[in-house]
Write a protein that binds this ligand. Structure first.
Ligand SMILES: [Zn+2]
Length: 219
């Protein structure tokens, strides 16, 4: 009996794992029925194994939950960043839009008289009290453009006060888009104006145009 107990106790782990061959399994089962001592050892091992398995299941579960939480956190971070970028982009778009629609340049005819210039200035002034008017003479305009294209000296090199291709202009800034619309409307039939550089762009066109301008100027 003692000898069989030794054999069975050697086999018991394999029996619990289910890795024994049928003959060994049969031997263990038959012995356990008749030997209290070996049966006790078997029960003990079975209980430990059960606890071990339960722990493993619990750890696996915790790992899965952790993974899910991590994924959720990453998604929250990504969407927060996207939302913030979108908000910044829209704020920038609104600023561009506002600027585009409250600033215009009015180019006058080359041969306009002092009186004609004064007339246009007065016409603009009467539209609202909050209008900023800057007069830029043809000479100043030429200098300004030369400054702007100073990396491309050749472009305007041959031009001076005598053969100036630029015309006198007004730069108009208003506080509101409505004021600017009033100014533009009031100048529709005024003589001596060659071109009004108003923007009819919408929010996103403004944004794109301004981004291009910034990229071009930083070049
Ligand atoms: Zn035994």
């Amino acid at each position: 009996m003692k000898k069989e107990c030794e054999i069975v106790q050697d086999l018991i782990f394999g029996y619990c794992d289910g890795t024994l061959n049928p003959a060994s399994k049969d031997l263990v089962e038959k012995h356990l029925v008749k030997c209290e001592e070996c049966k006790k050892i078997y029960e003990e091992i079975k209980k430990d194994k059960q606890i071990e398995d339960d722990d493993k299941i619990e750890i696996d579960y915790l790992k899965r939950v952790n993974k899910k939480l991590k994924r959720k956190k990453i998604m929250i971070v990504i969407s927060s960043v996207l939302i913030i970028l979108l908000v910044i982009l829209h704020i920038f778009a609104f600023i561009c839009y506002y600027h585009d629609h409250t600033t215009i340049e009015i180019f006058m005819n080359k041969d306009i008289s002092e009186e004609g210039i004064e007339n246009i200035k007065n016409q603009i002034k009467t539209q609202s009290e909050d209008i900023e008017i800057t007069y830029v003479s043809a000479e100043e305009q030429l200098e300004k453009m030369k400054q702007r294209f100073k990396d491309n000296q050749d472009l305007l090199a041959g031009y001076n006060a005598e053969n100036n291709i630029f015309t006198p202009s007004f730069i108009i800034k208003t506080k509101t888009i409505q004021d600017m619309e009033k100014v533009e409307k009031s100048l529709e039939d005024v003589e001596g104006i060659k071109l009004i550089s108003s923007t009819s762009s919408n929010l996103y066109e403004s944004l794109i145009m301004n981004i291009f301008t910034i990229l071009y100027n930083s070049h």
